[in-house]
Ligand binder design. Structure first.
Ligand code: NI
Length: 187
């Protein structure tokens, strides 16, 4: 249980965390462009908490709100090592300000494309601006796994998936597998 405080209304509340369902391909919602978060309300705080809980349970290292069918520019992430202390992070309205010309390759996966991993090449470093859950604006230089993860998650906010960077053949093979599974599940 987490006690929340809403500075607007001056009231305290109990933040009830809940697990949400993660939508998977070929769900069309994953192609939506998410809307900016206008104001950090108790609902937004609760949504971020739910996203963290859902992400840890999956388990995953990053989650965008659209993956739980909420088209808002909100991301959660935890890049701490398994043995280490959890480092939950929330990114509101994140933006990439600049990207390095140098590229790096990481094997990526996505909770919305379960059990599929493939190497993706992206800028090795990016400068990112975002708001935290308390409304403070940050600018950070990201590299390594952080750079890859923040680019992957910001892509989600724009309806882009990591399979979009693969060859058409690979992408269609993956999508076909999930379309078939979806059809079977609908029966
Ligand atoms: Ni993803």
């Amino acid at each position: 249980m987490r006690i929340g405080f809403d500075p607007e209304s001056g009231s305290h509340y109990i933040a009830r965390m809940a697990m949400r369902n993660i939508i998977i391909v070929p769900d069309k919602q994953l192609r939506l462009v998410s809307k900016p978060v206008e104001k950090i309300t108790p609902e937004i705080r609760a949504l971020a908490d739910d996203m963290l809980e859902t992400m840890y349970d999956a388990p995953g290292i990053g989650l965008a709100a659209i993956q739980i069918a909420q088209p808002l520019r909100l991301i959660t992430m935890d890049l701490s090592k398994e043995e280490g202390k959890p480092e939950p992070r929330v990114f509101i309205n994140p933006e990439i300000l600049s990207s390095s010309e140098e590229l790096s390759v990481y094997e990526e996966g996505c909770l919305s494309i379960p059990e599929y991993y493939e190497e993706v090449e992206r800028p090795a470093r990016v400068r990112v601006r975002f708001m935290d859950i308390d409304g403070r604006v940050h600018e950070e230089d990201a590299e390594g796994l952080y750079a890859t993860c923040i680019q992957h998650e910001i892509d989600h906010l724009n309806g882009v998936l990591f399979i979009d960077y693969l060859s058409k053949l690979k992408r269609e093979m993956v999508l076909k597998k999930f379309k078939k599974a979806a059809k079977l599940a609908a029966k």
